[in-house]
Design a protein around this ligand. Sequence first.
Ligand SMILES: *Cc1c(COP(=O)(O)O)cnc(C)c1O
Ligand SMILES: [Zn+2]
Length: 388
Amino acid sequence: MQPYTGLQCTQCHRFFPEEAPLGKCPKCQGLLDTLLDETALSHYSKRQLENDTRSMWKFHMFLPVKAGTIPVTAWEGGTPLRPVKSFPHLRNIRVKDETRNPTGTFKDRGASLAVTRLSQLRVRRLVLASEGNAGCSFALYSQMAGIRCHVYLPSDANNAKVELSKKLGAQVTKVKGTISDAGRHAAKVAEKTGAYNASTFVTPFRHDGKGTMALEICQQRGWESPDYIVYPVGGGVGLVGMWKMFKILYRLGWVRKRPRIIAVQPTGCAPVVDAYNKGRMEVAEWKSPNTIAKGLKIPKPVAGKWILKSLRESRGLALKVSDREIQKAMLNVAKRDGLMVEPSSAAAFAAVPQLYATGGIDTNDSVVVIATGSGLKTLEQFYRHETR
Ligand SMILES: *Cc1c(COP(=O)(O)O)cnc(C)c1O
Ligand SMILES: [Zn+2]
């Protein structure tokens, strides 16, 4: 039996069995989460997962899909948990290499899941706001599923992300301003045309896709959670999704502990870090965001409360890194580990020395840094000369 039962509002807690393609809560406009029947889930065993499937769909029982689902998949997920040499002080540090996904980022996980579920619900047209990577991912899977996809990007989006989205069959429109402006635009278009809005947390079908990273990490570590996950926070999809799965694994008794999540943002746009460190319950809008990490340039994440709650539950830490530290980290991991990451991803790497120096992490602690996205789409941001 497939454990997925339906959707629940994170605000008014109403339950929806979900036969129509819902976005936000129809009653209160709160964000929806997917619900799993954990008794049904407990009938699965870790041993069943010891097979050769090398995609995130190995973990279909944790995902919001019905029994017998044929996924829209490009073999996303199943990425390596590899050692790195960039931090010689830390003996037990690994990188979850998400650059190896079909379009080079972990956005593919969320998009594969969302497009799979939405095509089951007979959605034919979707729109979304994206900084660029989600646009590429949704373009890829929408094309595979025969769904029309329209991406709204802020005007400073990386050219390769715009081009790749187009080559993969999406219609692309640039919107003046930040991703929040693009988000408002996409919402208006969705309302006017009846297209489904697949923007971050406007749809409930993306975060569980990124949550499969938590499942893979635990399995790759012999069903042991690491002490820390270092994660660059933009809209918080991965943070919320992973934390949810870590909690489920813990309740199932498959792992004995849960990690502390370390949220990293650039100094030029750090609304989550500031809100968390000030003990706030909601994230305030960041005025005039400015950073080379475009995937983290989200001045007001829609799921602010949910992100902060997840961080608090994990007894997490939140810290900022400068654009200069991000540039250095990009060069460092490329040189030492042969890993090309984009600035948004490099932010997590840039945070590690700081954590070690301030005593946040001990030499023997197990640390997993998520390498969220490949640098191949952002070559114009690879500043070789600056850091020599
Ligand atoms: C989207 C993105 C992020 C931020 O992810 P969220 O789940 O939205 O917090 C980080 N790095 C890269 C490369 C991204 O594309
Ligand atoms: Zn509600």
